[in-house]
Write a protein that binds this ligand. Structure first.
Ligand SMILES: [Zn+2]
Ligand SMILES: [Zn+2]
Length: 277
């Protein structure tokens, strides 16, 4: 396992430049498309919270969490590893590994996400993600550190435990980052029949709206989960336009992170009043 983790880091350094390059290039394309075909007109690039979302959530938090996940959490597994050099996935093409881990993790995240909207403790680590009042290519990065820690540990643990290809970790990271930017981007996308399979801004922006749609569209990458499990919401003639939380939420990264640990009000049965929805 030790050797495997070392190879994860050295392997990543080889594909690192390509990975970051793809992410930055995609961000650039999304920013351009937001200018030319906006979903909501008049949204500014440098909107409220832009700096915190970019510097703290996207760069600093992701960097620190990736070190915690790969150098601390996965290192714990090394003691229990049997040191086998062969992997179940030996000989399995990278694209099949990538497809398998992407679909299986997306299925998990759909149910986890639904649970986060129902459970008041889990909502505490998800509300940051719903706090931006302007939804764009960058705003999706606003997720509480604990939420990312849990979801990314679960995302990468099967790949590491099964000694999947190192490239799978790097490419999966790129896919998640680019798809995450895409579904939040302020781009007027009409994907036709593809919308039943591939998730995009036309559905996910409704999930960030204050009104109807908020407790729908839980999918991240594949919209098919919402259509299969009855949580899809996509009106033909309307567009989502008011986003964010109905309740108070602090403005900067550090206060937002600490805010998740505030005291609970006496429990109310109505989740709307308990500040969940
Ligand atoms: Zn949500
Ligand atoms: Zn989102």
């Amino acid at each position: 396992m030790e050797q495997y983790l070392i190879s994860v880091f050295s392997g990543l350094s080889g594909t690192e430049i390509i990975s970051y390059g793809l992410i930055i290039f995609s961000a650039f394309i999304f920013v351009l498309l937001e200018r030319f075909i906006p979903y909501n007109k008049g949204q500014k690039l440098f909107r409220d919270g832009f700096f915190d979302d970019l510097a703290f959530y996207t760069i600093a938090q992701n960097y620190i969490l990736s070190i915690i996940i790969f150098s601390v959490i996965f290192r714990v597994f090394q003691g229990s590893g049997n040191g086998a050099s062969e992997s179940l996935l030996d000989g399995v093409p990278i694209w099949i590994q990538l497809l398998f881990f992407t679909v299986s993790h997306d299925f998990y995240i759909y149910w986890m996400h639904r649970w986060q909207h129902k459970n008041r403790y889990l909502w505490r680590i998800h509300e940051a993600h719903h706090s931006p009042s302007k939804v764009d290519w960058l705003s999706g990065s606003r997720s509480h550190a604990l939420e990312i820690l849990i979801n990314q540990t679960i995302e990468f643990a099967p790949i590491v435990l099964l000694s999947g290809s190192v490239e799978v970790i790097a490419y999966k990271g790129v896919i998640s980052a680019v798809w995450g930017m895409f579904i939040h981007s302020n781009i007027d996308v009409n994907s036709g029949k593809l919308r039943f399979f591939i998730n995009g801004p036309e559905m996910h922006r409704w999930h960030h709206s204050m009104g109807k749609g908020r407790n729908n569209n839980f999918s991240t990458k594949f919209a098919i989960w919402d259509w299969m499990f009855g949580t899809a919401f996509l009106p033909d003639t309307m567009k989502a336009d008011i986003y964010g939380l109905k309740t108070y939420f602090p403005k900067n990264y550090f206060s937002q992170t600490i805010f998740a640990f505030r005291k609970f009000k006496p429990f109310r049965k109505n989740p709307e009043k308990a500040g969940i929805a």
